[in-house]
Design a protein. Structure first.
Length: 256
C-alpha cells in the first residue's frame, strides 16, 4: 500500500510538473525536485509564480503599513519577497553588477560571476537595488500597494521570458538551457503575456504601461549583457527580474 501511495504521488508530480517546476525553482516552496531543463520547459508559467511572489510582498506591505512606519513596512515587504524567492533574483543582480566592474574579456567577467566573494560592484549594486525597491514600495499609495506589487513581480517574471526569446547564451549553463527551451517554443511567450492579464482587475489599463516598461527593461539589459558578456546567463535573468520589478514600482509611484 505504501509503495502504491508513493507511485500515485509520483504520478501526480509528473502530471503537474509543468506547474510545480517553476515554483520549485523560483521560490522556496517545497514543490519537489526538478531539473533545470524541466523548469525551462515550463517558462510560460513564470508570470504565475510572479503573481504569487508579488502577492506575498504586497500583502506584507498592505497589512504592516497601518501598524508600522512606511519605510519599515516597506523593508519588511521586500524582505518577504527576498525570502520567498530564495534571494535568487537579487543574487543574480549582485553577480551581474560584480561582473560589470571586471576589466577584460567577457570570459573574465563570466568567471567573476562564478566566484563566491562579493566585490564592490556587487555590494553597491545590491545595496541600491534593495534601496530602490524599498523606496518604491514605501511611496506607493495605499490603494495601489497590492496591485503594484503583483504587477511588478508578474512582469518581472515575464521579462525573463522575453529575454530568453531574444537573446543568445553567453556560456553553457542555466541561462543556455532557458534560452534553448524558450527559443524552441516562442509561441508560448504569447501565453505567458496573456497570463499577466490576471492583474488587469487590479491595475486596469496601466497593464499596457507595465508591459511597455517590461519590453524596454528587457531590451536595455540584453544590450548591456551582450556588450559585457557576449550574451546572457542565469544571473542576467535574475538581474532583469530585479530591474523590471523596480522600474514598474517606481512607475506606479510617478503615476500616483
Amino acid at each position: 500500500m505504501v509503495d502504491a501511495l508513493k507511485k500515485q504521488r509520483g504520478g501526480a508530480k509528473e502530471k503537474f510538473a509543468w506547474l510545480l517546476a517553476p515554483f520549485s525553482f523560483l521560490t522556496i516552496i517545497p514543490a519537489g525536485f526538478f531539473t533545470v531543463q524541466e523548469v525551462a520547459n515550463s517558462f510560460f508559467i513564470f508570470p504565475v509564480v510572479g503573481v504569487f511572489t508579488g502577492a506575498v510582498m504586497g500583502s506584507v506591505a498592505l497589512f504592516s503599513r497601518s501598524l508600522l512606519p512606511k519605510y519599515i513596512s516597506s523593508a519588511l515587504s521586500v524582505l518577504a519577497l527576498v525570502l520567498v524567492t530564495g534571494a535568487n533574483e537579487i543574487d543574480g543582480m549582485v553577480d551581474f553588477c560584480d561582473s560589470s566592474m571586471v576589466v577584460g574579456s567577457s570570459e573574465r567577467r563570466i568567471q567573476a560571476m562564478k566566484t563566491s566573494w562579493l566585490g564592490v560592484g556587487g555590494l553597491v549594486g545590491g545595496f541600491f537595488s534593495l534601496t530602490l525597491l524599498i523606496l518604491g514600495v514605501a511611496h506607493l499609495p495605499p490603494n495601489s500597494i497590492l496591485g503594484a506589487s503583483i504587477s511588478s513581480e508578474a512582469f518581472g517574471k515575464l521579462s525573463m521570458v522575453y529575454l530568453g526569446i531574444s537573446s543568445k547564451p553567453a556560456a553553457q549553463g542555466t541561462g543556455a538551457q532557458f534560452v534553448d527551451a524558450i527559443s524552441k517554443r516562442r509561441w508560448l511567450s504569447g501565453f505567458a503575456t496573456a497570463v499577466t492579464l490576471v492583474v488587469f482587475p487590479l491595475i486596469g489599463w496601466r497593464w499596457i504601461m507595465d508591459l511597455s516598461v517590461t519590453i524596454v527593461c528587457t531590451a536595455a539589459l540584453r544590450g548591456i549583457s551582450n556588450k559585457l558578456l557576449g550574451g546572457v546567463n542565469g544571473d542576467v535573468f535574475g538581474a532583469l527580474n530585479v530591474v523590471t520589478d523596480t522600474a514598474i514600482l517606481l512607475s506606479f509611484v510617478l503615476r500616483g
